[in-house]
Ligand binder design. Structure first.
Ligand code: ZN
Length: 148
């Protein structure tokens, strides 16, 4: 069953519209999170259980950061809203060019990628990252980043 993940507080929320059972196009409308102020919940086709330390980032089709979750702060070293609107590569230095190209080309998730990123002080960090393309066809990708 599809559900929506809050990239800020990690709350999972199932939305049953019944559309699919009726053979209709599923509703991809992203509901706001009812646990925090985030209005960028992300549709997931597969179960996913982030680690406590995992920080979520949502990028759009142009690799611009649309939303960064609260759990990015402990290892990034700055408030998540300071990266919103920035480019994924120049802002976080995430070594994900090839992975994201693959996610876009095949429209498939990629999990447990061993990558590096840069924190707010410019220090390189080793991270694990999982990538999920949005089922709504927007080109958005949810990235789950976990420090090693
Ligand atoms: Zn939330």
């Amino acid at each position: 069953m599809p559900y929506f993940m809050c990239p800020n507080c990690k709350l999972r929320r199932s939305v049953v519209s019944g559309a699919e059972a009726l053979g209709e196009e599923p509703d991809h409308t992203r509901p706001p999170c009812f646990n925090c102020e985030c209005d960028e919940t992300f549709e997931m086709n597969n179960d996913y259980f982030p680690a406590d330390a995992t920080g979520f980032v949502v990028v759009d089709a142009n690799d611009t950061i649309k939303y960064a979750g609260a759990d990015l702060e402990p290892f990034y070293g700055s408030a998540p809203d300071t990266v919103n609107g920035g480019n994924l590569y120049s802002t976080l230095g995430l070594s994900a060019e090839q992975v994201i190209a693959d996610v876009r080309e095949y429209n498939q998730r990629r999990i447990e990628q061993e990558l590096t990123m840069r924190n707010a002080e410019g220090t390189e960090l080793a991270v694990w990252a999982d990538f999920f393309p949005s089922p709504d066809g927007s080109g958005d990708i949810l990235i789950a980043i976990t420090p090693v």
